[in-house]
Design a protein around this ligand. Structure first.
Ligand SMILES: [Fe+2]
Length: 375
């Protein structure tokens, strides 16, 4: 049994400004990795630039990270970072910029390598990474993982290196300007992290501390999310600073859980749905949770009941109905569901995260019970 969580994490209001000295201690030339719009709108980019401007630290901003960033995007950004001679990387945003920041930090630190090294078993180290999450799902600020889109393989996969951010600065205020639907999808991603980590081949008492606490935190957010789902174009102004911080806390705790175990089958299947149908990550994971738990309960109903009770549900059926109300549905064809089942069965490392024998029929059951499958 082991436990490893090396990231220095702060979660509080005005976190970036409060810890600017520590942020600046990781380098002298900052490469900022973010998406096109949200970090400019929610104030996170301005908070970081204020610190760098105040201390005259040179920086370069790369703000062209797409959702589900590709290996090609990461390589392009890294080339700019190398030319700028960046010596630390600041990722700001949701999972996409944070994961991209880790891969970019690896490529800048190893200029002799090209992007092929991201999926090779080499002994490479990355530049220091600072992570500033502005959504409440990824957990990337405390995990070693960086999931990228591999167009050559038509799917997403985590790179072959463990890159923990040195520092995570977490502030609920960045959620205030979020679209309600984004908040739902990212919060459900955090839920999936807790469920999959708790029901995982590597689950142990250390990670239970995080997955079970994350599930109980998430249980308190169940009615809040239902309220947001009723008018998902904006986060209701009725949400307090404490509510927003609770979403961030649940996300970070869920990240700490998967940092010990990795995710499991719902995430593996979700990559097919995201890549081929454009379904946002959190939704693509959340729609499979209830059916995954039904499958798991065939072998271990006690652990599934534990998850349900922490969340405040009395059955996987009521849990699944709740998630459908939040997320809506996804339709695929029977041919696609067969293809995705084959792809999952070929993914030995993901199958090994499931603690019991599992066959193609079980994967197909998870797919067909979760999705609207047409002939
Ligand atoms: Fe996820």
């Amino acid at each position: 049994m082991q436990f490893f969580a090396p990231t220095h994490v702060y979660l509080e209001k005005n976190c970036v400004d409060n810890h600017k000295q520590e942020l600046l201690s990781y380098g002298k030339r900052a490469f900022i990795i973010t998406g096109k719009h949200s970090s400019a709108v929610n104030g996170s980019l301005a908070d970081v630039l204020a610190v760098l401007d105040e201390t005259s630290v040179p920086y370069l901003i790369y703000n062209d990270i797409e959702e589900n960033p590709s290996v090609e995007t990461v390589a392009k950004a890294a080339a700019e970072g190398k030319e700028f001679q960046a010596d630390f990387v600041i990722g700001i945003g949701g999972g996409s910029p944070l994961d991209a920041a880790k891969a970019i930090a690896l490529l800048i630190a190893n200029p002799q390598e090209d992007a092929c090294c991201l999926y090779e078993p080499k002994d490479l180290k990355a530049l220091p990474v600072i992570a500033i999450p502005t959504t409440c799902g990824t957990g990337s600020e405390v995990t070693p993982n960086a999931v990228l889109t591999r167009h050559a393989f038509k799917t997403k996969k985590s790179i072959s290196y463990n890159i923990y951010p040195e520092l995570a600065l977490v502030d609920g205020k960045y959620l205030a300007s979020a679209n309600g639907r984004l908040l739902i999808h990212t919060a459900v991603d955090a839920l999936a992290h807790c469920v999959e980590s708790r029901l995982h081949a590597k689950a142990n008492v250390y990670n239970h501390m995080f997955s079970e606490y994350g599930l109980s935190l998430w249980g308190q957010l169940v009615p809040v999310l239902e309220q947001i789902a009723a008018g998902p174009d904006a986060v209701p102004s009725s949400l307090s600073d404490e509510d927003l911080e609770a979403f961030m806390l649940a996300s970070t705790v869920a990240g700490m859980a998967i940092a010990q175990t990795t995710t499991s089958l719902p995430h593996a299947i979700s990559y097919e749905i995201t890549y081929n149908h454009g379904v946002p990550h959190g939704k693509a994971c959340g729609i499979f949770l209830a059916a995954y738990m039904d499958e798991y309960a065939r072998n271990n109903p006690e652990d599934v009941n534990r998850v349900l009770s922490l969340l405040g549900f009395d059955s996987t059926e009521s849990f699944g109905e709740y998630l459908r109300r939040l997320l809506g549905s996804v339709a695929i064809t029977e041919e696609e569901s067969n293809l995705y089942a084959d792809n999952i069965m070929a993914n030995a490392s993901k199958l090994s995260t499931y603690p019991f024998p599992i066959d193609r029929e079980a994967i197909l059951r998870i797919l067909t019970c979760s999705l609207d499958v047409t002939a």
